[in-house]
Design a protein around this ligand. Structure first.
Ligand SMILES: Nc1nc2c(c(=O)[nH]1)N[C@H]1C(S)=C(S)[C@@H](COP(=O)(O)O)O[C@H]1N2
Ligand SMILES: [Mo]
Length: 251
């Protein structure tokens, strides 16, 4: 971690020094390098961190994957409680047979998928580390379908820049297209087994291996493709950014 932070500092200061006060202008010229929370308290830092990651590190580097022997055996920590809203409780009581994931926005064919629809798609299994900003983490094996596969099915418009994720609770978030299409970003329906335990996001959650846990949205309901985050909430890209966390939570 220390190594990662100092490396990130080095790159950020390097980019800032190279670009001088023009660092933000340089990021702006690349349109896609401005994160939605760029006007916040740490806006300049957020932009430099995100832009340097995207410029210098490449967008498709892989997070480390582990073996089954590395899977955390202790009781796993959870963040938050399953959504209390009636619609979620009803779907849970019905074994999620009536659950559908709506995929809409800037797509050619807005669609809805059941858990069985997702399970019929090419499966992706991954053993990765999930780290919460609160300091705990664990390694688990997740199974699901790549988000890129689902996005290909619905046909993403070339103007698309972000994918917004809406769960049954208030914890909405968004990721950029680089992370949405990343080989390790997927809709998981299994965790250390064929299903996801309710508290870990049943029936389907997002897994974004290269960002902190708060981007891995549980209890998914809807996925929307968009060219701008301005119209969503306060325009910062998610509840976490609205509460002062970084929109881009790369690790
Ligand atoms: N819908 C929803 N997704 C969520 C959360 C939440 O409260 N609601 N908590 C997030 C946070 S802060 C973390 S660290 C991870 C934790 O995942 P876990 O509960 O499976 O350990 O889920 C994330 N996804
Ligand atoms: Mo978290």
């Amino acid at each position: 971690m220390t190594h990662g932070i100092s490396r990130r500092r080095l790159i950020v200061s390097g980019l800032a020094a190279a670009a001088g006060a023009g660092g933000l202008t340089a990021a702006a010229r690349f349109g896609g390098l401005i994160p939605p929370d760029h006007q916040g308290l740490y806006g300049v830092g957020e932009t430099l961190t995100y832009a340097s990651q995207r410029l210098l590190m490449g967008s498709q580097t892989l997070a480390r994957e582990f073996t089954r022997a590395d899977i955390t055996r202790a009781v796993l920590p959870v963040n938050g409680q399953p959504p209390k809203v009636d619609v979620y409780q009803g779907l849970l009581a019905g074994g999620f047979r009536d659950w559908r994931l709506r995929v809409d926005g800037l797509v050619a064919r807005p669609s809805s998928f059941s858990v069985d629809d997702l399970k019929a798609m090419p499966a992706h299994t991954q053993i990765t580390h999930q780290a919460c900003e609160e300091g705990w983490s664990f390694i688990a094996e997740w199974t699901g379908v790549r988000l890129s596969h689902v996005l290909d099915l619905v046909g993403v418009d070339p103007r698309a820049r972000f994918v917004v994720l809406f769960p049954f609770d208030e914890f909405w978030e968004s990721i950029d297209m680089a992370d949405a299409l990343h080989a390790q970003t997927f809709l998981a329906y299994g965790m250390n087994g064929p299903e996801i335990p309710t508290a870990h996001g049943a029936p389907v959650r997002l897994r974004v291996a290269r960002q902190l846990g708060y981007k891995s949205i549980k209890y998914l309901s809807r996925v929307t493709v968009t060219d701008s985050l301005k119209a969503f909430g306060k325009g910062l890209g998610g509840v976490n950014a609205e509460e002062g966390y970084s929109w881009w939570a790369g690790i």
